[in-house]
Write a protein that binds this ligand. Structure first.
Ligand code: NDP
Ligand code: X2W
Length: 325
């Protein structure tokens, strides 16, 4: 049986990646595409490589009052622009919001799917985690759950590819001339992902995340997030690795690796790589997490969440290998 899905924000990076995944999904049928500036174009005008079956689908002007019959809507709109419109989507249409408007909002589940699949299954409204939270929280979850690190003393140093800023590119600092051969920190002390990272650390540990520090950096690459996370704790490397191996033993998308993970390992996939090194004598644990910002950081995670809320195999449409090199 096919499940009728729609994507609003399909012309963007997150929406385009959702299109790519849904086009080859065994149960999802894309019947609705929407946007603002792109409204009126056919998918083949925007995505010349789109499969024939979708080529003539015309992007509609986004209007939650004019939806066709849909089972699931993927929303990939700029953060700050989706709350009012998504509140008008009929109750029977399930929603996965890739943007940031509904994380830790009443009525919405926080879709950290590799960690909390059972809390997601029965929901009809899911807020996808941001790309940095996806990379960092998957790495931290086993350590926090097994109380191997202090929850209140975590420093996250993260790097992201430029597609993390969206097709619009945020502002001029994301242009080619500014970002090529350049490395820049941004969002210091006040990045928008701090609250969801802190709340999840507190939920996982039962403790405070008061000392959390998070600094993202923009790296001249297209995709990928690497988070290097400095924690206080006296666990050994093996204890951290064992905790992660048992925590993720039955989870299909998280790979616990002996080697420090690299962003290219995840490109084009919904995989999440985690690894650890520790020096108990220095009270130091270093956790590392890698995702593709458009995969586990956005559309891959969204499809995983949609699979869960539709009662499908969690891996449906997501079992392809990453792109290499
Ligand atoms: N890029 C990434 O790696 C990640 C992004 N996210 C989040 O996902 C969301 C989308 O990001 P991203 O795809 O990168 O952004 P883009 O800038 O690439 O795309 C934004 C999309 O939103 C559409 N849009 C903008 N305003 C409206 C409107 N008023 N009505 C209808 N459609 C509108 C645009 O459509 P049109 O062209 O038709 O105007 C476009 O398709 C954001 O909330 C972002 O923070 C989350 C995790 C990772
Ligand atoms: C490079 C870059 O700008 N990346 C974005 C992260 C995108 C994201 O996940 O944002 P949402 O929380 O809105 O979904 C940023 O740091 O704001």
């Amino acid at each position: 049986m096919s499940i009728r899905v729609g994507i609003v924000g399909i012309s963007g990076f997150g929406g385009g990646e959702a299109l790519r995944l849904i086009a080859s999904h065994p149960s999802f049928e894309l019947v609705y595409a929407a946007g603002e500036g792109s409204a009126g174009s056919r998918l083949m005008d925007r995505f010349p490589g789109v499969p024939d079956k979708l080529a003539d689908l015309v992007i509609a002007k986004w209007d939650p009052a004019a939806l066709p019959k849909l089972d699931v809507l993927f929303a990939s709109l700029p953060t700050g622009t989706s709350a009012e419109a998504l509140a008008r989507v009929p109750e029977q249409v399930k929603i996965v919001d890739i943007g940031g408007d509904h994380r830790y909002v009443e009525g919405w589940g926080y879709g950290l799917a590799d960690v909390w699949p059972d809390q997601i299954k029965d929901r009809s409204r899911i807020a996808n985690p941001g790309c940095f939270p996806a990379a960092t929280l998957n790495a931290l979850a086993p350590l926090l759950t097994h109380k191997l690190i202090e929850s209140g003393n975590i420093i996250i140093d993260a790097k992201t590819g430029i597609s993390g800023a969206g097709r619009g590119g945020g502002d001029s600092k994301f242009g080619y001339a500014e970002s090529n051969e350049n490395l820049q920190p941004y969002g210091l002390l006040k990045h928008v992902h701090m609250p969801e990272i802190a709340k999840t650390i507190e939920q996982l540990s039962g403790g405070s995340a008061a000392g959390l520090v998070f600094t993202p950096h923009l790296v001249p690459m297209t995709r990928g997030v690497l988070a290097t996370i400095y924690c206080r704790g006296t666990a050994t490397t093996e204890q951290c690795m064992d905790a992660a191996r048992s925590f993720y033993a039955d989870r299909p998308f998280v790979r616990v690796t002996d080697r420090p993970p690299q962003t290219k390992w995840a490109t084009g996939s919904n995989l999440s790589f985690v690894s650890y090194v520790a020096d108990p004598e220095r009270n130091l644990v270093i956790a590392m997490g890698v995702v593709d910002n458009l995969g586990k950081g956005a559309a891959g995670h969204a499809v995983q969440n949609a699979n869960l809320i539709c009662g499908l195999a969690e891996t449906a449409g997501l079992d392809g290998a990453p792109i290499w090199p």
